[in-house]
Design a binder for this molecule. Structure first.
Ligand code: DGJ
Length: 729
């Protein structure tokens, strides 16, 4: 609900459990008053006015030294006029100045959720969301700033975006335009970021907000394996079930920065948006720049509720999943089974084994096209290698479909190898700076996706592939950007290339989505290097990590789950010893871990023993039986894999709380272990549950308060697992 009080200048945004309040203050400065658990009333009293030495006062304030932009909470911070904290907006004006001074000029409130052209954004039906637009103006610079707020009440979600308009007669350059500025008038917060590297993504890292600026970012052209565009600020004693916490995500897949500053007043300011590094956007007179969308959530009671609300919103109001809520096919992917070395017959043999085990979708990974026999050649030549696949894609697909399976295929549309027909024909289509030699990453170069002609070429190549009966595409991207320069842009627009690249990727994905609405696209970026809410708008699931080891995946999937829903997390059972770290884990455990994701297999099924095949067959049947609960149930992290506990446990509970699936994976074993009791969450205390159809009946209260004793046998051997299926009587 959005409320405006024209007399007091208050704007109040209520969601089911939270309140966000702003006010048009003296001199028409837009102040932020409050964001947190739901409150009624005018919270203007929270703003403090103080005469602080070295904090200047705006000209309008005259002799009033109590009013300083440096001291008061700003809704959208600028620079050059007395606020020395983190800026949200930095302009370069025709006279060379970088000063921006914003004042309120008006607002609009309407039902429904705004859209952002060419950018991913949450969507909602007219009756499920409202939009507030606040108009600010820098009169001297002739620049307008429009702050967009989308309120998705039932998810406690507030989305933000900003449009900057040049109303002058000369070009203006944008040096920074953040999507979000959030003032929290308290110092006692922790900052949680999700960090790592290739094959170890989104590991939570928590530290107190300390004086000065802390930030995470990416300047790699992708959202990156190293840091994720989702961060949390929370009370220092916040945990899964307790404490106020704020989640902030950027729906963006390129360079980003999320910074928090604890300032001289012991307040905390969070600013999030496109990374200012190498960003300089030319705004011609009349032109508009739109920032990516950011989304905010506040949970009054811990991370659990924060994640569950985010999962709900992302599942249904961001992803555009052709399967909706119906179960997606269980897949097998041949990458770790064959790498580049395969024939059509071998693929069909793997698919035949898969079909016999209940697997429904066969995905042919890298290596099927051009001269792609290793990762030094072939990218860009999106036509089939007839030596490997005689008769072409059609012949292979017919054989796969003949087994009763659907067919999926791997592509890496944004890339090219020097050893490719595409590069030989169009060496000027890559990102590269004139006079420099280009860097390589995985032996490949990045196509200049800021160019329409390059995108058109790739679009046509993709439509040739999709003219076949293809149900699924894995859209990979295997290197970071370097030598970022586009041949079609003048020198004063080269600061636009990083962002135009991302817009180009979105443009192509949107074209494909519009043309093939039934096609399921799985995003991938050397695993989880572009696992962000922006991509989820186009690719409803994303390969979570190239690390398929079940034990490492406990941590990776745990961190990922803070923001992203289970149905978006690509996870497969792979072979042991694991390809990435050599670890041995039982097949059952690998299944339990992959099941808390999209679920599939990525190994050579021909090499499995009969006993292993029986396990796979059982796992597939079990996943199919519980798919709705697993992917759409409320997700509870029962323990953390980083807490040194002897096991990691999590749980999915159905909306009506009549069903739950509890998963437990142990660490390395020890002799004569203590007795462990696991306390469940989210059940109905008054309902009676049966576990795995057993004799004993437990009330929800018993299982949540008393707990469930884990069998001692679970501790026999490393990395054992257990799944408990609870059903209410
Ligand atoms: C990186 C991906 O993450 C892998 O799953 C696989 O598709 C390879 N690329 C193929 O080159």
């Amino acid at each position: 609900m959005i409320l405006q009080n024209e007399t007091t200048g208050l704007f109040t945004l209520h969601t089911r459990n939270t309140t966000y309040q702003m006010k048009v203050g003296d001199y028409r400065v837009l102040l932020h008053l409050y964001y947190g658990p739901r409150l009624e009333g005018d919270l203007s009293y929270l703003v403090r006015y103080a005469d602080r030495s070295h904090s200047p006062n705006p000209n309008e304030a005259g002799d009033n030294r109590m009013f300083s932009l440096d001291v008061m909470p700003q809704e959208y911070s600028t620079c050059g006029v007395g606020d020395y904290r983190l800026p949200s907006l930095e302009l370069e004006l025709p006279n060379g100045s970088h000063t921006a001074n914003l004042r309120y000029t008006g607002c609009e409130i309407c039902s429904g959720k705004y859209e952002l052209e060419g950018l991913p954004a949450f969507y909602a039906s007219e009756d499920k969301a409202e939009t507030l637009v606040i108009f600010l103006e820098d009169a001297a610079a002739h620049v307008g700033v429009e702050l967009y707020y989308g309120v998705l009440e039932e998810y406690d979600l507030i989305t933000r975006a900003v449009r900057v308009v040049n109303r002058g007669t000369e070009p203006v350059y944008l040096q920074q335009a953040a999507s979000l500025c959030l003032e929290l008038q308290r110092p006692d917060l922790d900052f949680i970021t999700f960090d790592g590297h290739h094959a170890r993504e989104r590991i939570p890292s928590r530290s107190p907000v300390r004086p000065g600026v802390q930030s995470v970012n990416s300047n790699r052209g992708i959202s990156s394996h190293q840091h994720n565009p989702f961060v949390v600020l929370c009370e220092q004693d916040a945990n899964e079930d307790h404490g106020v916490c704020y989640g902030a995500m950027l729906l963006y897949s390129g360079n980003f920065e999320a910074s928090v500053e604890r300032n001289q007043l012991e307040d905390s300011r969070l600013v999030m948006g496109i990374h200012p590094y190498h960003f300089r956007w030319k705004l011609e007179p009349g032109a508009v720049f739109t920032t990516p969308e950011a989304a905010l959530i506040c949970s009054p009671c811990g991370f659990g509720q924060m994640s569950q609300q985010l999962h709900r919103a992302i599942r249904t109001n961001l992803r555009r999943d052709p399967y909706g809520r119906t179960r997606k096919p269980v897949l097998v992917n041949n990458w770790e089974a064959t790498y580049f070395d395969f024939t059509a017959d071998q693929l069909v043999e793997i698919a035949r084994e898969a079909a016999g085990l209940g697997i429904e979708l066969f995905v042919m990974d890298d290596g099927w096209f051009g001269n792609r026999n290793d990762d030094f050649r072939g990218l860009g030549d999106w036509y089939v290698n007839e030596k490997k696949l005689p008769g072409g894609l059609g012949a292979l697909i017919d054989r796969i479909k003949g087994l009763g399976m659907k067919f999926g295929i791997w592509v890496e549309p944004e890339m090219v190898n020097e050893d490719s027909d595409l590069y030989r024909t169009h060496p000027d289509w890559i990102l590269n700076v004139p006079g420099r030699v280009f860097s390589r990453g995985r032996g490949q170069l990045v196509l200049d996706f800021s160019r329409q002609d390059v995108r058109d070429h790739i679009y046509h190549a993709l439509t040739e592939i999709l003219a076949h009966d293809v149900s699924y595409v894995k859209w990979d991207m295997n290197r970071c950007l370097t030598e970022v320069w586009s041949a079609l842009l003048p020198s004063d627009r080269q600061g636009e290339v990083y962002h135009r690249y991302v817009l180009g990727v979105y443009d192509l994905l949107e074209r494909i989505h519009q043309d093939y609405p039934q096609l399921l696209i799985e995003g991938c970026c050397g695993g989880g290097g572009r696992f962000d809410a922006g991509m989820l708008y186009y690719t409803p699931q994303i390969w979570c990590s190239d690390n398929t080891d079940a034990v490492d995946r406990l941590g990776i999937q745990y961190g990922t789950s803070f923001c992203y829903p289970i149905c978006a997390i690509g996870a497969h059972v792979s072979a042991v010893p694991n390809e990435q770290n050599g670890r041995m884990t039982p097949m059952e455990t690998r299944g339990v871990v992959a099941m808390s994701g999209t679920f599939g297999y990525e190994l050579d099924l021909r090499r499995l023993s009969q006993a292993e095949k029986e396990i796979v067959s059982r796992q597939v049947a079990e996943f199919k039986a519980h798919a709705d609960l697993i992917q759409w149930g409320d997700y509870y992290r029962l323990t953390s894999p980083f807490d040194n506990t002897p096991y990691t446990a999590w749980e999915q509970v159905s909306e009506d709380r009549r069903e739950a699936l509890v998963s437990i994976v142990t660490g390395s074993t020890r002799a004569t272990p203590p007795f462990f009791i696991l306390r469940l969450k989210g059940l109905d205390p008054n309902l009676t549950y049966r576990i795995d159809g057993g004799e004993t009946l437990y009330t929800g209260a018993m299982l949540m308060t008393g707990g469930y004793p884990l069998p001692v046998s679970l501790m026999m051997g490393d990395y054992q697992s257990l799944q408990l299926y609870l059903k209410a009587e």
